[in-house]
Design a binder for this molecule. Structure first.
Ligand code: ZN
Ligand code: ZN
Length: 141
């Protein structure tokens, strides 16, 4: 099991790494605004992520035009995970919540056309925009 928490520790998470189906960096402008340079997330079935403590939520409209619900700690503001309306049943956990991030292997980076020149993508595989449909088909959502 992998564990993690927000900055203040009021929200804790636990999951088994075998349930992670995707690890990616998102360089879209929304993520830059929210997280500084990019968002690093692990996608897993929502029911496999154990959450302890109360999260607050904020609704945003993603690049797809669909809603994304961001869940964060109401005490310290750390974003814990988000739930995209366009992918029911799956949760994107922020890698920054993990106690140990050394084991994470990122599959690819998306929206790299938005990345500033001083924040180059760190994966071999990069996509200038959203995940291409032929790649999406290979992910076991
Ligand atoms: Zn907190
Ligand atoms: Zn993004």
């Amino acid at each position: 099991m992998k564990e993690g928490c927000c900055y203040c520790g009021n929200v804790q998470i636990k999951f088994c790494e075998s349930n992670v189906i995707l690890a990616l960096h998102c360089h879209c402008l929304d993520c830059q605004k929210y997280f500084g340079t990019k968002a690093s997330v692990l996608t897993m079935p929502s029911k496999t992520l154990e959450i302890y403590g109360k999260t607050c939520s904020a609704e945003i409209i993603g690049g797809s035009g669909k809603k994304i619900i961001r869940h964060f700690c109401g005490e310290c503001g750390t974003v814990i995970f988000n739930v995209p309306e366009f992918r029911p049943g799956y949760t994107n956990l922020m890698v920054s919540t993990l106690d140990d991030v050394s084991w994470v292997k990122f599959d690819f980076s998306i929206w790299t056309k938005s990345a500033p020149t001083w924040a180059k993508p760190s994966t071999d595989i990069v996509f200038p925009g959203a995940i291409p449909s032929e790649v999406l088909k290979t992910i076991p959502f």
